[in-house]
Each structure stands twice: as structure tokens, then as C-alpha cells.
Design a protein around this ligand. Sequence first.
Ligand code: IVH
Length: 716
Amino acid sequence: MTGIVSPWRDRSEALRGLIRYHEERYYVYDDPEISDAEFDALLEELKALERAHPELVAPDSPTQRVGGRALEGFETAEHALPMLSLDNTYDERELRAFHERLRRALGAGESYTYVAELKIDGLSIALTYEDGRLARGVTRGDGVRGEVVTANVRTIRAVPLVLRDGARGRFEVRGEVYLPLSEFARVNEERAEAGEPLFANPRNAAAGTMRNLDPAMVATRRLGAFVYQAVKPLASANDPPVWRTHAETLEQLKAWGLPVEPHWRVCADFDELLDQCRAWSEQRHSLPFETDGVVIKVNELDARVRLGATSKFPRWATAFKFPAQQATTKLIRIDVNVGRTGAVTPVAVLEPVGLGGATVTFATLHNEEEIKRKDIRPGDMVLVERGGDVIPKIVKPIVSMRPAGAEGPKPYVFPAVCPSCESRLVRPDGEAVWRCPNASCPARLRRSLGHFASRRAMHMDGLGPSLIEKLTADGLVTNVADLYHLDLPTLTGLRFVAAVRRKVPPTGPDGEVTWEIRQEERRFGEKSAQSLLDQIERSKTVDFWRVVYALGIRHVGERGAQALAAAFPTMERLIHADLDALQSVVDVGPVVAAAVREFFDEPHNRQLVDRLRDAGVNMGSEAQAAASPATSRSLAGKTLVLTGTLTSMSRDEAAHAIARLGGKVVGSVSRKTTFVVAGEAPGSKLDKARELGITTLDEPAFLELIGGIEEEGSLR
Ligand code: IVH
């Protein structure tokens, strides 16, 4: 390749190395050396360099984690060796039986140790590395065949695209993909706001996410991953490491830059094993991810070989499952919360009860339907459970403890009016969620401000719930645009009540440390006030898509905002886009398109956008639009079907090119199909196309279609 200016190449290589180093510090060592903002700045610099010099983009660059294309479906692949499951033990007696069984099988003279690891509650994954490069990611499937989800795995920042030095040949590592609890809460919050069904637990959310056909969507979910097994420790004869123990394997995986969950321990005897299981049964909720047990594995690999496996699981390992964490308490009352889109969700207020090392006072109730279905009544004794969510849920009322007759608790009646502004609530047909329709409802305003200021929107860190409460209560801020008119004299000296979490020292005989939430009065000093103003000022320059996201349009999440901003690079264009134009954007369906129109058709919202523009907030730019290939959208609204094999590119690449130009690729031919692209050895889809009189394109014609348009790079 010619014409590469070497300083840029050097810098881009240096940046790639730095980014990988910091990803590893963060995900493998849990010990970051730089802030998120500094990390983002490195990534942004690399992105800008690669935009300016596309020839520098390497497939394993950290900027290339998101393939940006939606797949038609997953291929499947057979595992090199079946992915077995684990036997379970549910109490200490069963665990001891496991230990005795092993001792007998290995003979009295053999000394061996165990490794105790956390059992991550996610979905198992097999990653193949070839000469140190991530080549494939496959789900467990039925244990023999799984789905090839490489594009989705590449979006997981914990998974290195390139291993550190020394990893040669082809080998497979196995582990678990999971959704961190904070992400789980965020995703469900967004889904509740949008009136979408919630994920029951982080595992379902992770599994659902991994099976999503759009890697760009997967990337927004911030999955994590841990590896715990090397299936074929190097096929290459060049430098086969001779691992003697599982502990050495884990050390080697970590040294290659793979994420290994750091709490594993070698246990020399059964008592140490028991200590680990007991300790984690207590501490499991202190982790940022969901764990449902401790996995116990024989450490010595030669002993494992002698123990062997059944058809389902290895004899050298077992999972010690934690007991379910449940408690009984009184449901004092049911409150309702109002979200930024007006969604009104019920919350259970409980008599405080200890559960898994924390004091629980609230539980989620999802919606009116759930309360009715479970017949949960204020005043009931209820069974609460701490599952994957940070917030516990109510399993059921204890009906046998309900007083009979007139003194007994009455069925719950969902409020008819908004608790904040008293507007009559509405529930559109077919939806589970009641809504407050009043756009200026104070509760909605507070939530809108919170969303607008959040890290992933306009990123104003200093603007927390208590300050928002104060600013709105005093009438200093009546909409998001007002934030840009705050000044130092107004903010300095402002007094507001903040909720502070404090550790309470152990008091009772069991010595348990608890937390209490206390309301404390705070005074806004000049320094904090100035820092907030700086952040507000800085927010004016966030990417345009973040502004679109920050507006809080119903159903428009981060991914939707990115798609909209790519297709309509200025606010002016987005405001005037009609339904057809909106729907022709990849990733924007009829529901989102209608929500966008509804939002901008509302005069108040248009005024708000005008005020944000006047304040200097980034409203997008045409220049950026022209530079982005994603904005040559000449296939917008067109549907294409691919059949046969293309010689000049893979099916994925073809689909990608079509998607970039705004077209949709679908699996079967119908009257709505615009073109059928026929490669070599086309299938029955070509016959169907001819039958229906659909235009077919051979490979040269297809290349002209996409090539011509891409070269033009203009907006049509
Ligand atoms: S070892 C042959 N280690 O639990 C042994 N599994 O219930 C393979 N899991 O399918 C598994 N954390 O998906 C192992 N530290 C860990 C694990 C773990 C979670 C999952 C894994 C497995 C399932 C069995």
C-alpha cells in the first residue's frame, strides 16, 4: 500500500496499543490507570485518525468492535469438543459427598487440591483464537453445536481482539458472557420507560442481547465476559505450554490479556473449600455481577484426566449453588413513580427486612397487571426475593397470613391521577403501562432533566437528583433549556437536601454492618457551582446524536439516536423528516418513526429545541454529513434479497454495504422486494423473483449499484 504517511501510522499503532493496555487494566486487572474520559479521548483520537486515513484501519483495531451491520440470522458451528455442563450440589452435605467420591476415585495416596471460582450467571461462550487473533465466538447451543456470534462478541470490550505476546496456533477458551447489574438496571429502566417488557434477570438480558442480530445494538448493552477454561491448550507444536494445574491455566489466560474473574482461590483441603462457599454465600451481593454459586474444580489436570466425565458433566467439578435469598416482611403501601415519558410504575414500600447482607425497604412491582395477577395487597405479608436485580421483587403474598373478613387488606386500586400533577392517567390499548399525559408535569420534568444531564446524554456529572429537585422546586429550571441560563450568583449558596448513604457500625450480636440513608442539608459552594457551570458549558459540544438521545423522545434509545443522527445529520433535517423518510432508516421502525414525528409535531418541543440552539448546543452539521458514507442513502426504503455466492465479497460485506446506503436485506422474496442480487449458483429465490417480476441484479450490476453510489458520496 502506498501513500501512507508514516507518522499517522505510528501514532495509530501507538494508540491501539495504549487502548488495549487500558482495556486490559480495566477489564482483566480491575485496576484502571486513567479515567473513563481520558480513555474516551484516546479512542476518539484513534477514530479521527482512522477517518482521515482509512488505509490505517486494521480489522482488530479497537475502533472496529462494532461491525455496524445487522445479520439475517446466525450460522451454527460444531464445538471442537462438546461443551459440558456442571453437576450441582445444594448444601454442605452434598458437597462433602462430592469430595468423598473424588477421594475414593483417586485413591487414598493421591494428594490433590481444588480451585474454587465464582459461578457467573450468564451464558457460556467458546472463543477461538488463531495466532493470537479472535477468530470466532460461538454460544453453547445444545452443547454440540452453537450459534456463531462473532460480530456480537467483538463488541464486548473485555474480550481482546488480539492477545498479548506468545499466543500462537489455534485454540479455544471458554467462559461466560454476562450483563453487569448496573447495566441490567439501566436497560430495564429504559424498557420500562418505553413500555417494553422487562428482562426477568441479567442472564436473560445477556442471552437476549447475544442473540440480537445487530452488533451495533449489542454494543450499547455493555456486556462483560470472564473466561475459565482453555479447551485445547495450543494446537501448534511450536511452543506448547505444559500446564500442570488449572491455576496455571488461569494465570496464563490472564497473562494473554483475557479477563479472568479475580476471586478464584486454590483450596488445599475440604475445609478451605467450605470456607470459600460460606463466604461467597454471604458476600455474593457485593459483586457488580450476578453469581449463583461457587464452581469447584480439581486443580491438578492429570487427576482430572483420571476422573473423566459422564456424557453430561465432568466428574472433577461441581457447582455449589447458593441458597435462594428470600425473606418475609410486611408490604406497608404501594407508591407510584412517574418517569420522564410519563410512565407510571408501582413500587412496593416494605417494612425493612435483612436479605443477603442488605436491608431491603423497596421492591419492584413492574405494573398494574402484575399486582393483579399475584393479588398483592397493601398490608399483606409478602415473600421477597433478591434475584439478579439490585432491587428485590415480590414473589407472592402469604395468603395464609391474611386476616379474613372486613379487617383484611383490600385489593389494590391503581391511582387514576398522577401523584405529582393530578392529571388523569391514560393507558393506551394493548399497553401495560399507565402514563401521565401532562408534558409539564413536575415529576416528569425532574426525570427528563436527569436523563438530559446523564453521562450517556449531555454528561453533566454534578447535576444529581437532589439538586434537580431544588432547581425545579424553586422554579429556577422549568425545562432542559433553562439549564443553560443558570449562573454563578444563582447557584452559589443554594441549599438543598441530599440523600446520603452511610455505613452503620455493627450493633447487634451477629455483628452485621448495615447501611442507612440519611437526608442531609447541603450548601452549594462557589467551587461546586462553577464546576457544574463548566460541565453545562462543555455539554454544548457533545456529539449530535447524544443531543438527539438527550431530548428523551419516546422509544429513541442510544442506538436509535445514532441511526437518526447518521441519516439526518442536522436537527433541522430531523425535525422536518416525514414518516416515510424516518422509517427508511435502518434500525428505525414504525413505532420509533411515529414517536419522532409526534415529538417534533408538538410546538412546545420545537420551542425547546430552538432555545437549545440559541444556547449554543450542537445541532449537527452538514459538513459532517457529507463526510460520512452512512449518509449516502440511495438505497433508503429499498429491500434487497441476496441469493447464491458473490465472488468479490462475502455475504456479510454485501449486507453491510447495503445497510450503509440505507437499504434493508431480507431473507425471502416478496412483492415488496426491490432487487434480488444473484451470485453464483443462486437458489430458488431467483425463480421466485422471476415469477414475481422483480428486478434481478447479477454481481457486476450489484457492484455498480453500491460502488457507484459509494463513490459519489453525496446526499440524494
Ligand atoms: S466450568 C466442564 N466455571 O455454569 C465445565 N462454568 O451450570 C464447564 N459457569 O455451562 C464449566 N461460571 O456456562 C465453569 N467459573 C465457571 C463458571 C461456569 C459459570 C457456567 C457455564 C456452565 C454452567 C453450568
